[in-house]
Ligand binder design. Structure first.
Ligand SMILES: [Zn+2]
Length: 175
């Protein structure tokens, strides 16, 4: 197990569309990556992490859908390989979101209240299920990462450029 470095936006891997995990990629390398991603998420602490955030451009995410960042009980962990949203409710929910790849930033985002998702687990088995409210929001946020979209892309141009110059200044001060 290892804690992986988390990339911060703006970064080319975070802006790229991730590719599907192929059938022959399921195995020990993939399960090690997923275990490391979960450990990295819990250590941060965070409630979700997508593979591009640790520099891997594949459609993989982990999430703790109980929404308690302090908890690391294994049964709350969900791992999704190649997740696809099959259906979205027209009903929306506004959520104040933050992101491990956009430190010291939060943004109100409109999300679908309910989504129906199909995915593969770490052994390649196909799963599907409906998610509502917090779990739905977390999964939409993580699936945004798989399409190269971060909170910065969802914010106004002004708010984005202010954030980027503030971060650059802070990183320069840190040296
Ligand atoms: Zn994020």
């Amino acid at each position: 197990m290892a804690i992986l470095p988390i990339l911060e936006a703006p970064h080319p891997v975070l802006s790229a569309k991730a590719r599907r995990v192929e059938m022959d990629e399921f195995g020990s390398e993939l399960s090690t990556l997923v275990t490391d991603m979960a450990e990295t998420m819990y250590a941060a602490p965070g409630v979700g992490l997508a593979a591009p955030q640790v520099g891997d451009g594949r459609r993989i995410l982990v999430a703790n859908l109980e929404g308690d960042a302090e908890s690391d009980k294994e049964d709350e962990l969900i791992v999704m390989i190649n997740p696809v949203i099959l259906e979205r409710s027209t009903e929306m929910i506004k959520w104040d979101e933050s992101c491990l790849s956009v430190p010291e930033y939060d943004l109100d985002v409109d999300r679908h209240l309910r989504i129906h998702v199909e995915w593969q687990d770490v052994s390649g088995e196909h799963k599907e299920g409906w998610f509502e409210e917090f779990p739905s929001v977390v999964l939409q946020h993580e699936m945004d990462h798989l399409d190269g979209v971060t909170l910065l892309d969802r914010s106004s141009r002004l708010k984005r450029s202010r954030y980027i110059s503030k971060r650059r200044k802070r990183l320069r001060e840190r040296g």
